[in-house]
Design a protein around this ligand. Structure first.
Ligand code: UDP
Length: 323
C-alpha cells in the first residue's frame, strides 16, 4: 500500500514509518520538522520506499497530493508537549484543529481510511480510576493554556466521528497514554527522556510536585503495533481506543529506577510547576488506561515493560552522546 504518515518524522511517527517500510509498504512522512526531525528518520532516508516531505498540515494545498496518493493515512502530526502547549497556545490549537480538519476533509474527498491520533488528556480532570473509552471527556476545565491541547483533540475526535457517521469515512481514533521510547525528546516536557538525560549528565532529576503522581508508560513499539493492527481491523472503524499499558509507577519511583539503571548519583529535586512554567499547571494525580477494549478488538498485549523501556532509552541517549 501507499501510506501517508503525517508527523512521520516525529517520535511515534518515525517508529511507525519503520514498521510500515519493513512490512513492504511505500511510505511518505509529511512533517514540518518542529518537534520531529530529519535525524529521527535518518535510518530510512535512503530506503527506496520512503520519502520525507517537509510540510505543514495546516496548509491544505501542500497536503492534498499526498492524501490523494495514499491508500491509508495515519494522522499523527500535532503540536504537543506541556511546554509547547503552555507557551504557544495559538500554534497548538490551530495545528491540532485545522490540521486534523484538513486531513479529514481530504481523506473524505479521496475516500481514504484515516487513523486519528488523540490523547489520554481528553479525559480532562478525572477521579482516580482506570479510564474507559466510555468515560466523560473534557468539558470542565477552563484554563486555556493548560487544557487547550485536550480541548482541541476532543474536537478532532468529534470531527472524525462526524465524518464517519455522516459520510461513511473509515476512521479509527486512538488515545495514546504516555508513550515512551528512543527518539522521544525531553525538550517539550516528557518525563522519561528528561530523567534519563539528567541522570546521564549528572544533573539533578527534576521531579514536579511531590512525585506521588502516577503514570502508566507504554513502549512506542507496542503502540505502533497496536495502531497498525487497528487499521487492519474492519470492526475498529468509527471506534475510539485507549492505547496504553496497565503498569503503574509513581514519578518518584521512576526517578529512582532511572538512577539505579544508569548508576548515576544525580540528586532528586522537587520543583513546583510554577517554578518551571511560571504558571500554575494542573497535573493529574493518576492516569491509567483501561485497555479491555483494544484487547478485545485486536488481542493487544504490551510486550515491553518499564524496565525494558528504560534500558532502550538509556542506550539511545548513550549512543547520541557518542555521535
Ligand atoms: N514530570 C516531572 N519532571 C519532569 C517532567 C515531568 O516530574 O521533568 C512529571 C509530570 O508532572 C507528570 C509526569 O511526570 O506528572 C508525566 O509528565 P509528561 O509531561 O511526561 O506527560 P503527561 O502525563 O503530563 O502528559
Amino acid at each position: 500500500m501507499n501510506i501517508l504518515v503525517t508527523g512521520g518524522a516525529g517520535f511515534i511517527g518515525s517508529h511507525l514509518v519503520e514498521s510500515l517500510l519493513d512490512a513492504g509498504h511505500q511510505v511518505v512522512a509529511f512533517d514540518n520538522l518542529t518537534t520531529g526531525s530529519r535525524e529521527n528518520v535518518k535510518g530510512v532516508l535512503a530506503h527506496p520506499g520512503f520519502r520525507l516531505v517537509e510540510g505543514d498540515v495546516r496548509e491544505e494545498v501542500t497536503l492534498e497530493p499526498w492524501v490523494e496518493w495514499a491508500d491509508q493515512v495515519y494522522h499523527l502530526a500535532a503540536a504537543l508537549g506541556v511546554k509547547t502547549i503552555m507557551e504557544k497556545a495559538v500554534y497548538s490549537i490551530t495545528t491540532n484543529i485545522r490540521g486534523t480538519e484538513n486531513v479529514l476533509a481530504l481523506a473524505d474527498k479521496y475516500r481514504k481510511k484515516v487513523l486519528v491520533a488523540s490523547t489520554s488528556e481528553v479525559y480532562g480532570k478525572h477521579s482516580n480510576h482506570a479510564l474507559k473509552e466510555t468515560d466523560d471527556r473534557i468539558y470542565g476545565p477552563t484554563t486555556i493554556r493548560r487544557w487547550n491541547y485536550a480541548g482541541a483533540k476532543a474536537m478532532d475526535e468529534f470531527l472524525a466521528l462526524a465524518y464517519h457517521q455522516e459520510r461513511g469515512l473509515p476512521v479509527v481514533i486512538v488515545r495514546f497514554f504516555n508513550t515512551v521510547g528512543p527518539r522521544q525528546t525531553g525538550q517539550y516536557g516528557m518525563v522519561v527522556p528528561r530523567f534519563v538525560r539528567q541522570a546521564l549528565a549528572g544533573e539533578p532529576i527534576t521531579v514536579y510536585g511531590d512525585g506521588n503522581q502516577t503514570r502508566s508508560f507504554t513502549y512506542v513499539g507496542d503502540a505502533v503495533r497496536a495502531i497498525i493492527d487497528l487499521m487492519a481491523c474492519p470492526r475498529a472503524e468509527g471506534e475510539i481506543f485507549n492505547v496504553g499499558s496497565g503498569q503503574v509507577i509513581s514519578i518518584n519511583d521512576l526517578a529512582r529506577e532511572v538512577l539505579a539503571l544508569t548508576g548515576s548519583s544525580s540528586p532528586i529535586i522537587h520543583l513546583d510547576y510554577e517554578e518551571v512554567y511560571g504558571n500554575s499547571f494542573e497535573d493529574m494525580q493518576e492516569r491509567t488506561p483501561d485497555i479491555t477494549k483494544i484487547k478485545e478488538y485486536i488481542g493487544f498485549e504490551p510486550r515491553v515493560d518499564l524496565k525494558g523501556i528504560l534500558v532502550k532509552v538509556v542506550e539511545y541517549f548513550r549512543e547520541q552522546e557518542r555521535l
